[in-house]
Ligand binder design. Structure first.
Ligand SMILES: [Zn+2]
Length: 276
């Protein structure tokens, strides 16, 4: 992806090196209802650890980033800026106002409005504070663990999480009851819509001439890698379709590509689609 020298978003909050210290409202021993939107499926037990694990230590050591990390930070800031551009345009066309989300960079673990999370959960979006949370080491994980290398693979990840922000602002999927929203069926449709919206962003990037040869394939390969069937096969050797929360590799690729082809919010109603 061509990204060097382009506008970087200022909506990046760097909390690396600060640990997941418990802030007010963390409530040691309290019950926290988690509603955060991740890129990956997997075990929800990873989402939250013991809230009191940190003992409230507030030591803040300035984070020393490597050259590679510095580059990654710049890259995600440019991708975030691109998402700001496309979504403010798309919202304006519909007489709506887009509110930019904040991208929080963290290392290891983080306290969000959606609870305490470790980087094992992967990138996520918290609708409670309109922030995306990413540990940049995920870039490496994508390459090595998921065999999805390339900058556009990482761009897809950011765009997917921003997709969840767009869903939050548009209140998509809120036509069903809270109970229904907890079903896996619902989750899959919701996640595939975020993939579709990531595709809409890619369409925009293509139109601007930012894509390089192989970029689209990198994103599709990443969408394939994070499919529930692929993750389950790798983790346990077999697949349990009823437990899917994000869709199969084929579905994730299909909806991302649909968004890429269409380039508009319309066409991404995964809740009405007869076939996913
Ligand atoms: Zn997601």
């Amino acid at each position: 992806m061509k990204w060097k020298g382009r506008r970087a978003s200022s909506n990046v909050e760097d909390r690396r090196g600060m640990g997941g210290k418990t802030v007010v409202g963390g409530g040691i021993g309290g019950i926290v209802i988690i509603l955060l939107y991740t890129l990956l499926g997997g075990n929800p037990g990873d989402l939250i650890n013991n809230m009191s694990s940190n003992n409230g230590e507030n030591t803040t050591v300035p984070y020393e980033e490597s050259t590679q990390e510095k580059e990654s930070k710049n890259f995600v800031s440019v991708v975030l800026a691109d998402t700001e551009d496309v979504w403010s345009d798309e919202f304006k066309k519909r007489g709506l106002k887009y509110e930019n989300p904040t991208l929080v960079l963290y290392s290891g673990s983080i306290q969000s409005a959606c609870g305490f999370a470790s980087s094992a959960v992967g990138p996520f979006y918290c609708p409670g504070d309109h922030k995306l949370y990413i540990d940049l080491s995920f870039y490496q994980e994508l390459k090595e663990k998921f065999q999805a290398p390339g900058d556009f693979a990482m761009a897809y990840v950011i765009a997917h999480e921003v997709g969840h922000h767009v869903q939050t602002l548009l209140h998509t999927g809120e036509h069903v009851s809270a109970a229904q929203r907890k079903s896996n069926q619902y989750s899959v449709r919701f996640e595939l819509q975020a993939d579709y919206l990531a595709g809409v962003w890619a369409h925009y990037a293509e139109g601007k001439g930012y894509l390089e040869k192989g970029d689209l394939e990198e994103a599709l390969n990443a969408a394939n890698a994070v499919g529930d069937d692929n993750i389950q096969k790798k983790a346990q050797g077999y697949v349990v379709p009823e437990s899917f929360t994000h869709g199969t590799s084929a579905q994730r690729k299909r909806w991302f590509y649909k968004g890429f082809e269409n380039g508009t919010i319309e066409g991404g109603d995964t809740f009405k689609a007869a076939n996913l």
